[in-house]
Design a protein around this ligand. Structure first.
Ligand code: GDP
Length: 454
């Protein structure tokens, strides 16, 4: 009935798609050393600098949950990667581009003691061309005198500059008031789609064959172009009919748009990967069988695991595989990908089209597992049997007991165990292993959480 109301209100597509509201996103941009990190810490309300500026170093976290006056938002720190002097203009501009793509509003930070530099100008040019609200922050305005310098920034043509001292906290409360006023109640970019075609992210490092795979899939099958009334279609997604059903490939614009940056490419790729994962339900991580599994491949797989999305591994360029390499490949998979041994594997060639049809059953398996709900009765029967066979070892004269267990959520399956004490990490891994032995869960990460009851 609720669905019907949405349908009538034009907020739900004929294919059953609608959007779940997501927190608005604020992106922070600026060249290195303007004090972005300090400002991030201020906005997050932390005393100590958890975020530090280290030139040339990539910060792992880029997205934080922030709150001011009961309004919550997501803060994306696109300055997580600080370039050295060479190629700085290009990378700061790329930073701004990503920020504009991913955020509802942009915080542009300038160092008022230095004024506008040539690097800032690159960002300003991009920000002038966007319809996203931009807030100009004149940082390092430590006293009234600096406020006068801040007013010079009116010249940027980006509206009123806001003097702030991230170091001393001066002006930060006013800035936060403005931020929560500027941000929409729910995000227009990070909204989460529900229902409709299942959403797939094709991921992988450059040149593994992502766009070839997409083209082959879209080329041989029908590309579904249906603009549905009432729903805002994200132009960066493409719908393709494969194996008799329609799939939505998310952020295909990111795959087709080939940005080749000298520096910081990994960092921006991570940002895009994270954003694509947020929209997707299942990820196809494409690996190139002609090359050894790299740190970058593993990092992408880690991002999928962190996101809790379902996972399919596609080994591409199978047409180039010779017997020598094939032997190495098997060993590599066993060693480097043991932690995702549960993910369905398809051996394909995007060039020849070999075994491309196997992708659909792999996606279906992964999504079925991801959606699985085990009734509480079965979970507890499982626990009873497991504990009887293999009780938790006694620690310091005590033996933690599992009182009760339940699957708290699906997508991915997440179990909660109520216990009388902390379970050993090994024992928790054992439980996870047994859950997979009993129910399979091929293609989905699973979580096992504990609640200790005194
Ligand atoms: P992307 O950067 O991941 O999107 O990679 P591309 O799809 O652009 O592919 C990179 C290169 O690998 C191109 O020259 C493709 O023609 C080639 N390629 C992609 N898939 C295959 C494949 O299955 N077999 C062979 N031999 N080459 C491939």
């Amino acid at each position: 009935d609720e669905d019907l109301a949405l349908l009538e209100a034009g907020q739900i597509g004929e294919d059953g798609t609608y959007f779940l509201p997501a927190l608005p996103v604020l992106a922070i941009v600026g060249r290195p050393n303007v004090g972005k990190s300090q400002l991030v810490n201020r906005i997050l309300g932390r005393r100590e600098a958890v975020v530090q500026d280290t030139p040339g170093v990539t910060r792992d976290r880029v997205s934080y949950k922030a709150e001011w006056n009961d309004k919550r938002f997501t803060l994306v720190d696109t300055g997580g990667w600080e370039p050295d002097a060479k190629g700085i203009n290009a990378s700061v501009a790329a930073q701004a581009e990503v920020a504009i793509d991913l955020a509802d509003a942009v915080l542009f930070v300038v160092d008022v003691t230095v004024g506008i530099t040539a690097t800032d100008e690159h960002v300003v040019k991009m920000l002038r061309g966007t319809d996203r609200p931009v807030i100009v922050v004149a940082n390092k305005s430590d006293d009234d005198r600096r406020d006068l310098d801040a007013y010079e920034l009116w010249n940027l043509g980006l509206g009123e500059p806001h003097p702030v001292s991230a170091l001393h906290g001066r002006g930060v409360a006013d800035l936060l008031d403005l931020i929560v006023k500027t941000l929409p109640d729910t995000s227009a970019v990070a909204k989460q789609e529900v229902g409709g075609p299942r959403r797939v992210a094709i991921l992988g490092r450059p040149n593994v064959g992502k766009s070839s795979l997409l083209n082959k899939a879209a080329g041989e099958e029908r590309v579904v172009v249906n603009e549905l009334s009432g729903t805002t279609r994200d132009p960066v997604d493409e719908q393709v009919e494969l194996g008799g059903r329609v799939w939505r490939f998310v952020d295909t614009a990111g795959i087709r748009k080939r940005v080749h940056l000298q520096q910081g490419a990994d960092f921006y790729a991570s940002l895009r990967t994270t954003a694509a994962l947020e929209k997707a339900e299942v990820a196809v991580v494409v690996l190139d069988v002609t090359e050894p599994i790299s740190v970058q491949d593993l990092r992408i797989i880690d991002l999928v695991l962190e996101s809790g999305r379902a996972l399919v591994l596609a080994y591409n360029k199978w047409d180039l595989l010779d017997d020598d390499r094939r032997r190495y490949l098997e060993r590599e998979i066993e060693q480097d990908l043991a932690h995702v041994a549960w993910a369905p594997r398809v051996n394909i060639s995007a060039r020849t089209g070999r075994h491309l049809e196997k992708l659909v059953p792999a996606l279906e398996t992964a999504l079925d597992s991801w959606d699985t709900r085990i009734p509480t009765g079965k979970v507890n029967a499982f626990i009873a049997e497991l504990v009887q066979e293999h009780p938790h070892p006694v620690r310091g004269g005590k033996q933690p007991r599992i009182l009760f267990g339940t699957q708290a959520s699906s997508q991915p399956p997440t179990f909660v165990l109520f216990t009388t004490g902390f379970l050993d990490p090994q024992y928790r891994r054992f439980i996870t292993r047994r859950l997979r032995e009993v129910w399979g869960f091929a293609g989905t990460p699973i979580n096992v959480n504990m609640r200790v009851r005194e």
